[in-house]
Write a protein that binds this ligand. Structure first.
Ligand code: FAD
Length: 482
């Protein structure tokens, strides 16, 4: 049966529009919301729970915890404005049609996402709504620059970060974020209760996530803290896992609780303050956000890379057989490599891990244990609160050596020298691996160097020998070189 054409279109200014929230859970600098409020009398804020539409990459457990609290926060903000977030579950197009029928909405507004499953789904929905006579408008809320807007001189996507960044950086100085628009909310009858979405884990292993504050207000506070303080030392402190030297904004960015435009704007204000002695160098930080943009650029242009090697040569790479025992010890932080175990335990306890340690644990898994990078990517997907298909794919392929602009395969991170360099006193290790809290001096980096001490402690023997496992990895790489 053809869907009946909509009839209430003659006066858009008196009409209702749906704002379909997805990973843009904020009210400020929210282009879809701003556009809908400008063109229509009322808006219906809607969130549709449809994890099966995200294909193999439906949100993992830690992300669902975050999503639950972020939706609650957005609903709270809307209630302060005499509205609420309308929650629904099921096929997105069917839900949209139902809500259109219930509210008489004449248009649907959303912000674009860049993972392949969502792109395909959204294109189908745009077409179907158009056929029904309902306008569909999409905007960019997540990136400084959408993936198709930057290309090499030959019109190709970039595969190397530095020239990509040089081009993107020129565009960042004049960004001004949008304010929260004046808002009149429509009603669409009964909304699902948030608990009905069943997002938080059962049993509740996420108690250690209590330091996070999901939602736009939490994101704003994080940005203020960072701009006031940590950004000043970011260039040096960002590599020290024992310090709060990075912004920890990754989950807020992933869920769209703040935008990279807002961050750039805030940091430009900070750096243009007249007191030059306090003026921070914001470039190293903007460059990291540039990596995030680059990851989205890659995912958009190479949509198979969440599962396929970016560098096809790695299709011939001889991974070790899947080793359940080694994987479990890696996941639980019981490999006997202190920095690796500290990182994996931080991840389990807090849903987040410091970037330097992410590189070390990923290198240990893919090179010393020679397990396929997808094993690690999937574990991160389930346990990170910032699990993000673009960043996670790029991060794993970069470390494994199979990615665009990747670390050369022969670069095997040595967990001992990495902790000696970036955690010299072992403060990070001692915090996350209590068995090593009292390890004397430098032994904290390599406790096997004193077999008697290790034997008497509760800490495990190393899962592999660093030297021989490195040599094995290099030999396997040698076989696919050239
Ligand atoms: P900051 O140092 O404060 O950086 C600011 C922002 O820039 C981050 O929030 C993030 O959005 C972006 N950014 C920083 N470094 C990178 C990078 N290397 N690649 C892409 N974006 C970056 N990041 C995720 O957001 N989600 C993931 O699922 C993810 N998986 C990763 C897996 C591996 C194996 C590796 C090596 C890295 C991964 N990263 C991922 C990138 C990086 O580790 C995190 O973005 C960073 O640790 C988040 O902490 P922060 O917000 O304090 O970062």
């Amino acid at each position: 049966m053809p869907w009946p054409a909509h009839t209430a279109r003659h006066n858009p200014a008196m009409s209702t529009a749906i704002v379909w929230f997805r990973r843009d859970l904020r009210l400020a600098d929210q282009p879809a919301l701003t556009a809908a409020c400008a063109a229509h009398e009322r808006v219906l804020p809607l969130y549709i729970h449809a994890p099966e539409e995200e294909g193999a990459w439906a949100p993992g457990a830690a992300s669902r915890w975050w999503l639950h609290h972020s939706l609650a926060a957005l609903d709270g903000q809307l209630r302060e404005r005499h509205g609420h977030l309308h929650l629904a579950a099921g096929n997105s197009l069917a839900v949209l049609r139902q809500v259109i029928a219930d509210t008489g909405a004449v248009a649907v507004y959303w912000n674009r996402l860049y993972d392949p499953a969502t792109i395909a789904r959204d294109a189908d929905i745009k077409r179907a709504l158009g056929e029904q006579g309902v306008e569909a408008h999409s905007s960019n809320a997540a990136l400084w620059c959408e993936p198709w807007r930057i290309a090499t001189q030959q019109g190709e996507p970039y595969r190397v970060f530095t020239p990509y960044w040089r081009k993107l950086r020129q565009q960042l100085d004049d960004v001004v974020p949008l304010p929260v628009p004046p808002l009149r909310c429509a009603d669409a009858g009964a909304s699902l209760p948030l608990d009905a979405l069943g997002l938080p884990p059962v049993p509740d292993w996420a108690r250690g996530f209590a330091d996070w504050t999901p939602g736009e207000q939490g994101a704003d506070e994080m940005l203020e803290l960072f701009a006031d303080d940590a950004v000043h030392a970011y260039a040096t402190a960002r590599d020290v896992p024992a310090r709060h030297g990075t912004s920890r904004m990754s989950p807020h960015l992933h869920f769209g609780e703040l935008s990279p435009r807002q961050i750039a704007h805030r940091l430009h204000i900070e750096s243009s303050r007249t007191d030059t002695r306090r003026r921070p160098d914001i470039e190293p930080y903007l460059r990291e956000l540039g990596w995030r943009e680059f990851a989205h650029h890659l995912l958009y242009h190479f949509p198979k890379t969440p599962t396929d090697n970016f560098n096809g040569r790695f299709d011939r790479f001889h991974w070790a057989a899947r080793d359940e025992h080694a994987l479990t010890r890696w996941q639980r932080g019981m490999t006997g490599m202190p920095l690796v175990d500290a990182g994996m335990r931080e991840l389990w306890a807090t849903g987040w891990m410091h970037n330097r340690v992410r590189m070390v644990v990923a290198s240990f898994l893919t090179k010393n244990l020679r397990q396929h990078w997808l094993e690690g990517a999937r574990w991160f997907w389930d346990t990170l609160v910032d699990a993000d298909l673009a960043n996670n794919t790029m991060g794993w392929q970069w470390v494994a050596g199979s990615g665009a602009d990747a670390a050369p395969y022969f670069r095997v991170f040595n967990p001992v020298s990495q902790s000696q360099r970036f955690d010299p006193e072992g403060a990070y290790i001692r915090r996350w691996v209590p068995e090593l809290a009292d390890a004397p001096g430098k032994l904290v980096h390599a406790p096997w160097e004193n077999p008697a001490w290790l034997h008497a402690s509760a800490y495990p023997q190393p899962l592999v020998d660093l030297k021989t496992s490195r040599e094995d990895a290099l030999a396997a790489y040698g076989a696919i070189r050239g």
